[in-house]
Design a protein around this ligand. Structure first.
Ligand SMILES: [Zn+2]
Length: 315
């Protein structure tokens, strides 16, 4: 894979993970005073590029102190095992609910194969390597991490997943939000700004928690959000209301299908109807095929996630 990265300023670099298509998922390198941390890892196919970037930046592998996947979903943490093998001094920081899946990845592998399908899973995820328990720090809400001259604060941020943390960097006042602050693909940005998409990925979509989490993140008065999908976005207070509205819209879309057996195709159609209206209102002029190329997988995953939510909320 070709190394592709972007200097986000303030000692933060985003790195293309080459997950599914360019521009879909990135991860981040943060540096301060000769120490470095990685936020999210991409998959095992990203590891070589991360090591190349370290070399290019003049950092030895031993200078990376922390690898911090925001949550265990494999576009965020799938390469953690491979990366930890190449970074001898690094410790892995993971939400305390997710840590055991990093130490023994067999369960998460089975779950992801179920979500993505065996063929796609084999193509994207390579082998998931276990990480030595002694190198894993279980993150809890409010935990502080010193990195050179900067300080990172971890927050427990349920909504997208129960095992999700966001990391606020005190220097840039930016928050590494994983999937919690939604997705914004650059191709969908118009003169109205980034097009925010709420990823209700299976199986832990939790509307009430997500609303609370967004309020908590906004109370921190972040200057920007470093999204995994894709890159940094400015002016979070202007974007948070869109995400709140999307949580409510998803619930309204899903509710009529409560009690319906396997409504995933109907949910997908209803979501597309919703997204087409939103894209149009956002000034998007792309052909539907292009919109589908950019959002198709996410809409499908949202439909599956809403179905899982209906089952758990009603069950
Ligand atoms: Zn996720």
């Amino acid at each position: 894979m070709k190394l592709k990265f972007h200097d986000e300023g303030q000692g933060v670099t985003s790195i293309e993970t080459h997950f599914q298509r360019p521009g879909l998922a990135c991860c981040y390198l943060i540096q301060s005073a000769g120490e470095a941390a990685l936020i999210d890892t991409g998959t095992a196919r990203t590891t070589d590029n991360i090591m190349q970037l370290l070399a290019l930046t003049g950092l030895a592998p031993s200078q990376v102190r922390y690898v911090i996947p925001t949550h265990v979903h494999l576009d965020h943490a799938g390469g953690a095992g491979q990366l930890m093998q190449r970074l001898p001094e690094a410790e892995l920081v993971m939400h305390h609910y997710g840590a055991r899946h990093m130490i023994d990845p067999s369960k998460i592998a089975a779950g992801s194969a179920a979500v993505y399908g065996d063929e796609e899973f084999a193509k994207q995820f390579v082998a998931l390597l276990p990480i030595d328990e002694r190198r894993v720090i279980k993150a809890h809400d409010g935990m502080r991490i010193e990195l050179g001259k900067r300080e990172l604060h971890c927050f427990d941020t349920p909504g997208h997943a129960r095992h999700h943390i966001c990391i606020m960097d005190q220097q840039s006042r930016g928050i590494f939000s994983g999937d919690t602050f939604g997705l914004a693909y650059p191709e969908l940005t118009t003169e109205r700004g980034p097009f925010m998409v709420l990823p209700a990925t299976p199986t832990q979509f939790d509307p009430a928690s997500w609303h609370q989490t967004l309020d908590r993140l906004m109370a921190l008065q972040p200057a920007c959000m470093y999204l995994t999908h894709y890159g940094s976005v400015e002016n979070p207070p202007a974007l948070a209301p869109v995400l709140h509205a999307e949580i409510d819209a998803y619930v309204a879309i899903a509710k009529p299908y409560a009690g319906t057996e396997n409504p995933v195709d109907e949910l997908e159609q209803a979501l597309w109807c919703h997204f087409r209206k939103r894209l149009d209102a956002h000034g998007n002029r792309q052909e539907f095929a292009e919109q589908e190329r950019l959002l198709g997988m996410d809409v499908r995953l949202c439909a599956q996630g809403l179905q899982a939510w209906l089952q758990s909320a009603m069950g």
